[in-house]
Design a protein around this ligand. Structure first.
Ligand SMILES: [Zn+2]
Length: 481
């Protein structure tokens, strides 16, 4: 039988041993690179930066961006010089993709057909919560390392061969569920159950599957985890803790006082881990078992935190925009991409887990989600600690900016609608308490409106991936859309 083939078979498209030498698999990683000294990690980053810069100079998007800023090949000798390169953001990617459809010059494929024909590729997009999503083409290398990075985080959080992980998120153009499913099946000896979001598999059925299949790990968003626990109690008459869940891995957002984590841990009876990632970066940062901040995955990317106004590095502990350089992307190189995600460096000191990888605090919101209210910059995500400060709320909220007239004068007002549990009991003083806390946290007076449990399901998009926390109703702003 003649077995020669001219098809670009997945399992022949990479030198797998070389890949795993460069990017170790989870257990090897946990005892090698992850525990290297800060100096050794830095040396690896320097070496990888040189490779990324070489790829950048071959890419028309970067060649134009860097030449335009007066940079020449060889000017950037290492991470110390990296700030001389101009940063760019998602608007630049969108403009590039509009001018050079569909994937822009940044994609770096001179011949797209040839790229598709010659090796396995995938297309992923950003969430597209605002406007048209951004496309990211990834070859087998990017696809593999992205899954590998999720697998490493899961391993360091305690996932082990033989576990069963439920992933209630839809495998669509968003990369997240794909990466987790591949991490489980290809790198961890874990059975992934890609049950899809609530639209595909309702909460009641999700819980039924979990009991049937012996699910002991979950990857899901906080809002949906709360919904699943509620369904377990109300529709199955069982305590979610009967599932004996080992761990939940999630994306907690600005949970600076740990109230969201605590409430989920009480519901599920297991540790809950926080992570940070995007379509462009893959798995950017994750908590280890010590849960003392999110470790940057330092061998795959280099993160900077820059002042939102000046673009200069901020001191440790101060909030700024995350700017990332990704070491392993070649089809869509990422060099100094301003994610406009707010974060602060928590520690550069070695962690209790034995790693020197720097740690950031929880993801604090998006800087372009900022709302200007009566001359003050307000971040709707910053309502989280206040809304969760009282057990009578469900922890869900939605901000609405609108016009009001007070004493005959036009006035901008921010109303924060807060969901109250159906079993909350007397609500005496609740609105006032949350209002006072919000005034302190946001820096402006807001109106707090208590609404019944379930009322925000649809307006805040609960249970369908990313929750929505802000609605614009001011005439002056709507006109300019
Ligand atoms: Zn650690």
């Amino acid at each position: 039988m003649d077995t020669t083939t001219t098809l670009p078979l997945y399992h022949r498209a990479l030198d797998w041993d070389a890949l795993y030498r460069s990017y170790p698999v989870p257990d090897v990683y946990a005892r090698t690179v992850y525990r290297w000294s800060a100096e050794r990690v830095r040396a690896l980053q320097e070496e990888r930066l040189r490779e990324v810069l070489a790829a950048g100079w071959r890419n028309p998007f970067y060649r134009s961006l860097w030449s335009g800023a007066g940079i020449e090949p060889g000017d950037i000798r290492g991470i110390e010089d990296i700030a001389r390169l101009p940063a760019f953001n998602s608007d630049d990617i969108k403009n590039d993709q509009q001018a050079h459809p569909p994937f822009g010059l940044l994609c770096g494929c001179a011949d797209l057909k040839e790229q598709i024909r010659s090796m396995p590729n995938r297309l992923q997009t950003s969430g597209g919560t605002t406007g048209k999503p951004r496309y990211t083409l990834q070859s087998i290398l990017e696809n593999e390392v992205s899954a590998l990075s999720a697998a490493r985080a899961l391993y360091l959080q305690g996932v082990r061969p033989g576990d069963v992980m439920q992933i209630p998120a839809t495998c669509s153009l968003a990369s997240l569920p794909w990466a987790y499913a591949k991490a489980c099946s290809d790198y961890l000896g874990v059975l992934p159950l890609t049950t899809g979001s609530g639209v595909v598999t309702p909460a009641r059925r999700q819980i039924e599957i979990a009991f049937d299949c012996g699910v002991n790990c979950w990857m899901s968003f906080p809002e949906y985890l709360a919904r699943l626990a509620q369904s377990c109690r109300e529709e199955h008459g069982r305590d979610p803790r009967e599932l004996n869940t080992k761990l939940v891995t999630s994306f907690l957002g600005p949970d600076t006082e740990e109230s969201l984590r605590r409430s989920l841990e009480t519901l599920w009876g297991c540790p809950v881990y926080d992570n940070y990632g995007t379509n462009e970066v893959g798995h950017g940062a994750f908590e280890c078992e010590a849960r003392e901040g999110l470790h940057f995955m330092e061998d795959l990317s280099y993160f900077e935190i820059l002042d939102t106004a000046t673009g200069q590095p901020v001191p440790q502990g101060k909030i700024g925009n995350l700017v990332v350089t990704v070491f392993y992307r070649r089809v869509f190189p990422i060099v100094r991409f301003n994610l406009r995600d707010l974060a602060r460096l928590k520690s550069s000191a070695p962690c209790a887990c034995g790693s020197c990888f720097r740690r950031m605090d929880h993801f604090l919101g998006r800087s372009d989600d900022m709302v200007r209210m009566r001359g003050v910059n307000v971040y709707p995500m910053a309502c989280l600690p206040a809304v969760r400060s009282d057990p009578r709320t469900t922890g869900e909220w939605l901000c609405e900016a609108r016009d009001a007239v007070v004493d005959g004068r036009a006035y901008e007002e921010l109303a924060v609608r807060v969901e109250v549990r159906s079993d909350a009991g007397p609500l005496t003083g609740l609105a006032e308490k949350i209002g006072a806390r919000l005034k302190n946290d946001l820096g402006i007076t807001v109106g707090v409106e208590l609404v019944e449990q379930g009322r925000l399901d649809s307006p805040a998009n609960l249970g369908e991936g990313k929750a929505k926390r802000f609605v614009e109703r001011r005439a002056a702003y709507l006109k300019h859309r």
